[in-house]
Ligand binder design. Structure first.
Ligand code: ADP
Ligand code: MG
Length: 692
């Protein structure tokens, strides 16, 4: 479609923002609205009110008396009133080239009284240059109404976007509305066409407060719609998966006996419940797709090992995919420790192994000699094949996407899949990103755990931390001191850890055994340091974030996190989870330099709560859904109107409607139409693989 005013130049800038089609543009919603209904001549302006004036630029000047660096710009505006209006912009000297005498502009801002001159004044008003070639209708788009404010797309201004939206809306006809009537009636939503128009150009009667909270009827309609189709897609995917032939694992006495023989302790009630959910899935003849959630230290890995036994006792192999080499190595030892004495063979496959080692390991998998393969992305490579893969466990840590899960599945004939997350995921994200999975939650910690006491200490008071460490070690405990790895580069963190190590080992605690652990060490060196810490030979372990996951030393009671301001909340919580695993009171000490506002919020959250779910919610709030996972491949759907942080209750509503719509469609025809619509319009956007 041709839209007047979009030449190749602007088209390029729009497409850089992902705005390629008319549909894209119409989905580019204003991020806020301004009430410019209060349009007044200068003489009627009253100090204190928000108002819009349409005026002509008189003089523009940079006063010479001002102190340096203020960059003050003053402009006088007139509209035929007796008085003039003064506009002031600090750091506004660039406006000299923008505002020119005689120009017609709309100003919007708070009216103040300039005591010095006795004139009305606007400080930093919003302004728009009204060009002479606007046609009459288009001129009214910008003032005298509630005006949409778009974020600029390159050099395409909010004003140009407004005109563009207007032109598009006046040249297309009403689109077909696919949202089920029942939903529209239930939630009293406006129809699609009305909603689209109202989003861009709210009607007279709209309330500004609702609009700016994204709660006008039109906005609610678009938000609900987006969530509804997303949840329909996920529900369809789930439904379809139930029709696929998978493995029905037998759950007999032999299996139970083996699990019992493996267990080092009595499972918690939550672990038992979750295992029975998994076992029921595994026994069913369709493939399992289950998400296992639980706070750090809640004992997810143990449940994973139990599930592995179910598969292995049925003659199948198991693989465990981990996001990093260190984590894979740790899982390897954990599983080997539990399973080897029962006669199962556990192997490790990572990228850093030699070609020969890899070849040998792959052979054991192909022939079925090995029962459990634990590894990193290396497991996903083409040339890795299994004799008989029955269960794939993915330790996500939010790092793997849908595609990788699929790749893993293809290594077997519809194996069961269990996804574990290192830290809890807020419910809204679980519903969107993992919405096609069934969920199990371990909401109970193993018995005897005392809540970890967390404190914040400024780096210049590190002496306090040292004397605290001294006391804890004197009574026989052990401690971690951790340095952050920033943006996947170990080098800097390694240097910081090495320096810290020297300081502690040589100056502060020469009488203790201090160990050092970082990612650049050889696997065998790492292993021996970890073993020494585990046995108690080392009292203080200085490390980079390699201990983030997996290390398990119940006698360690202190976790000191250096430069804690550099860690994200999830990571801090994960690290803290390394202590508090025994019966003794444990401590987490967050050492920071100067804190940003967000940094303060993070530290406060850590000090205030030990609840991983609460921390995850805060993390999502502070960082937003895009950053929460920290990777592009997270499978986060592209949402244009909806926002899971802002709209959790609309997500819940849309989800319950979607679930019942798919389970009990009003008619076959309605379902067929919905599936068709989803396929053509939403599948790609949501990254939904194989819907319907
Ligand atoms: P997660 O993987 O959920 O962070 P882990 O599986 O590493 O947790 O378990 C944390 C610690 O708790 C480990 O030391 C583990 O051996 C121990 N643990 C797990 N389940 C129990 C249980 N039921 N009773 C006692 N200790 C347990
Ligand atoms: Mg099954």
């Amino acid at each position: 479609m041709y839209v007047k005013g979009v030449g190749p130049y602007r088209a390029k800038m729009l497409s850089d923002k992902g705005l390629e089609t008319v549909e894209d543009l119409l989905a580019y919603a204003p991020f806020r609205y301004e009430d410019r209904r209060n349009l007044k001549p200068i003489d009627e302006l009253a100090p204190g009110e928000m108002a819009t004036v349409i005026v002509e630029v008189g003089s523009v000047r940079v006063p010479t008396f001002q102190r340096k660096n203020l960059g003050l710009l003053e402009a006088v505006f007139k509209d035929g009133s007796r008085h003039t209006l003064l506009g002031k912009w600090f750091h506004g000297t660039y406006l000299q080239n923008i505002l020119t005498e005689g120009q017609k502009v709309a100003l919007y801002g708070k009216v103040e009284l300039d005591n010095y001159r006795g004139e009305v004044l606007m400080l930093h008003p919003e302004f728009e240059i009204l060009s002479g070639d606007d046609d009459d209708v288009e001129a009214t788009l910008h003032t005298g109404r509630i005006v949409p404010i778009y974020s600029a797309a390159g050099k395409v201004t909010t004003r140009q976007l407004r005109i563009l939206m207007y032109r598009i809306l006046s040249s297309i006809s009403a689109p077909e509305d696919f949202l089920p009537d029942r939903l529209i009636a239930e939630l009293k939503l406006p129809d699609l066409w009305t909603a689209m128009k109202e989003i861009h150009f709210p009607g007279e009667g709209e309330q500004l407060r609702l609009l700016n909270n994204f709660r006008s009827p039109a906005q609610i309609r678009m938000i609900v719609e987006e969530f509804f189709w997303l949840e329909c897609g996920l529900a369809l995917k789930k439904q379809k998966a139930r029709t696929v032939q998978g493995i029905g694992f037998a759950l007999n006495e032999a299996v139970r006996a083996k699990i019992k023989a493996m267990l080092p302790f009595k499972p918690t009630g939550a672990q038992k419940r979750v295992l029975s959910e998994i076992a029921a899935d595994m026994a069913a003849t369709h493939p399992m797709s289950r998400l296992l959630q639980g706070d750090v230290g809640s004992g997810k890995t143990l449940v994973a090992a139990e599930s592995a036994i179910i598969a292995m006792e049925n003659g199948y192999q198991v693989c465990v995919l981990a996001p990093t080499e260190i984590l894979a190595t740790q899982h390897y030892f954990y599983f080997k420790n539990l399973l080897a004495r029962l006669g199962y063979m556990v192997v490790l496959l990572t990228g850093s192994m030699t070609a020969r080692e890899k070849r040998q390991t792959k052979k054991t998998l192909e022939t079925g000699f090995a029962h459990v393969a634990i590894g990193t992305h290396a497991l996903l490579e083409e040339n890795v094949s299994f004799h008989k893969l029955g269960l794939a466990i993915v330790d996500e840590q939010h790092r793997f996407g849908v595609m990788q899960r699929l790749k893993l599945k293809e290594k077997g004939a519809n194996p069961d899949v269990l996804v574990m997350t290192a830290t809890p995921i807020p419910r809204t994200l679980a519903l969107t990103v993992y919405g096609d999975l069934d969920t199990s939650i371990i909401d109970e910690l193993p018995p005897g755990r005392k809540p970890i006491s967390t404190r914040h200490v400024n780096a210049d008071r590190i002496e306090q931390v040292y004397s605290f460490l001294q006391k804890q070690i004197d009574v026989g405990r052990q401690a971690y001191v951790v340095y952050p790895v920033i943006e996947e580069s170990e080098t800097q963190a390694m240097k910081a850890a090495e320096k810290g190590f020297q300081q502690l080992a040589e100056i502060v605690f020469p009488h203790f055994q201090v160990g050092l652990l970082h990612g650049r060490m050889s696997p065998s060196d790492k292993e021996s340091v970890m073993a020494a810490f585990k046995s108690g030979a080392i009292q203080i372990l200085v490390s980079t974030t390699v201990v983030e996951v997996g290390v398990d030393v119940p006698n360690a009671t202190v976790m000191v996190i250096e430069q804690a301001e550099r860690f994200g909340l999830a990571q801090l919580h994960q690290l803290r989870g390394r202590v508090g695993r025994g019966g003794e009171q444990s401590f987490c000490i967050l050492v920071t330099g100067k804190l940003s506002d967000a940094g303060k919020e993070r530290i406060r959250t850590m000090v205030d709560t030990n609840d991983g779910f609460q921390i995850a919610e805060m993390d999502l709030k502070l960082r937003g859904p895009g950053e929460f996972f920290g990777t592009k491949q997270s499978g986060l759907p592209t949402l244009r109107f909806a926002n899971i942080v802002r709209d959790p209750e609309l997500l819940e509503a849309a989800r319950s409607e979607a679930t019942s719509f798919i389970a009990n469609p009003p008619s076959e025809e309605a379902l067929r139409r919905a599936v068709q619509y989803l396929r053509t319009n939403w599948q790609r956007r949501y990254g939904l693989v194989q819907v319907g």
